[in-house]
Design a protein. Structure first.
Length: 278
């Protein structure tokens, strides 16, 4: 019996060691808060890697876009320089999990604030209020807003909120749904599609990649509050990030970052949002 017990203990120890190794390999975070890491002079920030004008990993390994500029400004206000930020890709479906696991200190990634998400994470902001808009070819004069879509082929991503909104509220449009916005853009460029629809800043980012080819209609018809996601109940960090957002708006950096990110697209910088300190 003593031999068997020793074997069981040994096997248990090996299993625990293997579990620890697997956890480390899967990129698990640590228990330190965002402000703890900021005091150490470093931060890990979640962004999108594939949204032009918002969060984009460039071919040379640098990062660009409005969300990146917001992240850098906030980090600086927390005492962390841009070169000490580690940017980590945060796909939409994984954002809450990555915050909860401590894999990122906070997320700036067109992250809409809603009640369901607030059950798992906290939000600072909003730092931008987006609205669903339409992107058309630069020479288009027929489409002036959602009420002019009768008979027009309008593209969005399958299962997306913008697609559902067109289907429900503008049934006179001929909705086409593709797997990605890049495919919608191809159709728009080639003339198979008359308009592409999603949040205005996302559309502006795509348009910025080919200045003079497309234009935003500029008639938003929904509201999405983009917030900075962080760990649940980290009130101190949320307060400091909210302070940073307000400072960015007040000193002109917010407007400058938007102008820098979407040149030549017809994108008009809106009034800045009011931070919600709920």
């Amino acid at each position: 019996m003593r031999i068997n017990r020793a074997v069981r203990v040994g096997v248990g120890a090996v299993a625990l060691a293997l579990a620890a190794t697997v956890t480390a390999a899967c990129g698990g975070g640590d228990e330190g808060s965002a402000l703890d890491h900021a005091k150490e002079g470093k931060l890990t920030v979640g962004i999108k890697f594939d949204q032009p004008g918002l969060g984009l990993r460039n071919t040379d390994g640098t990062y660009s876009g409005f969300d990146v500029e917001v992240a850098k400004y906030v980090a600086d206000k927390l005492g962390v320089k841009p070169e000490a930020i580690t940017f980590k890709e945060t796909p939409s479906a994984q954002r809450e999990t990555m915050i909860e696991n401590g894999q990122v200190d906070f997320i700036v990634a067109t992250y809409s604030i809603n009640d369901k998400r607030k059950e798992k994470v906290d939000f600072a902001g909003p730092y931008y209020v987006a609205g669903q808009d339409l992107l058309v070819r630069a020479d288009n004069t027929d489409i002036t807003g959602p009420d002019s879509l009768a008979g027009k082929k309008v593209c969005s991503v399958k299962g997306s909120t913008p697609a559902q909104n067109i289907e429900k509220n503008y049934p006179q449009a001929q909705l086409q749904t593709y797997d990605t916005y890049s495919l919608c853009l191809e159709g728009l460029r080639g003339g198979a599609i008359d308009a592409m629809t999603t949040d205005d800043v996302i559309l502006a980012g795509y348009a910025a990649q080919a200045p003079g080819t497309y234009k935003l209609v500029g008639k938003t018809f929904t509201t999405e509050n983009y917030g900075i996601g962080l760990k649940k109940d980290d009130t101190e960090a949320r307060t400091k990030i909210n302070d940073a957002i307000e400072a960015m708006i007040a000193d002109g950096s917010w407007k400058a970052a938007l102008e820098k990110s979407f040149p030549g697209t017809g994108f008009k910088v809106p009034e800045p949002p009011k931070v919600d300190r709920y």
